[in-house]
Design a protein around this ligand. Structure first.
Ligand code: CA2
Length: 147
């Protein structure tokens, strides 16, 4: 069965609990439930993780090689800072969809640069929590087309 890792970076555990004006009231647990519902509908499996630790995220990307078919990554603020995450994605030889709740290009200039985009299969941003099931659908479609 197709297996997708949904990986969430720093501060995303705070979703729904702080700054609802910016990030909404949906919690990360709500988003995980949305992902599981989508995965069930598509007959794929989802491993849903979050870490605030850049090293832990790197370890999870490394471990994904050979154990999952693709990665949906909301790297949070590490998107804009982490060459290490970019290198891990390049090395893992798996398709990675970069995902953001907000439209990073419509926000502060420092969020316009992504170290992830250049090594990602594609980018979904600006659709809030709905972007997660969109990304799972896009990954499943990509994997199916790739055979
Ligand atoms: O829009 C996204 O998904 C982001 O990856 C979210 C990151 C931000 O640094 C990126 O530029 C765009 C921030 C996630 C932090 O979420 C919070 C949620 C509640 C309270 C505070 C932060």
């Amino acid at each position: 069965m197709t297996s997708i890792l949904v990986l969430n970076g720093p501060n995303l555990n705070l979703l729904g609990q702080r700054q609802p004006d910016v990030y909404g009231t949906t919690t990360l647990a709500d988003i995980e439930a949305m992902c599981r519902e989508k995965a069930d509908a598509l007959n794929v499996t989802v491993d849903f993780r979050q870490s605030n630790d850049e090293g832990a995220l790197l370890d999870m990307i490394h471990a994904a090689r050979g154990s999952v078919d693709g990665i949906v990554l909301n790297a949070g603020a590490y998107t804009h800072t982490s060459i290490a995450l970019r290198d891990a994605i390049s090395s893992v030889e798996l398709p990675v969809i970069e995902l953001h709740l907000s439209n990073i290009h419509a926000r502060e200039a420092f969020r316009h640069r992504s170290y992830i985009s250049g090594v990602a299969l594609g980018l979904i941003c600006g659709f809030g929590a709905a972007g997660y099931p969109m990304a799972i659908q896009a990954m499943r479609d990509h994997l199916e087309a790739a055979g």
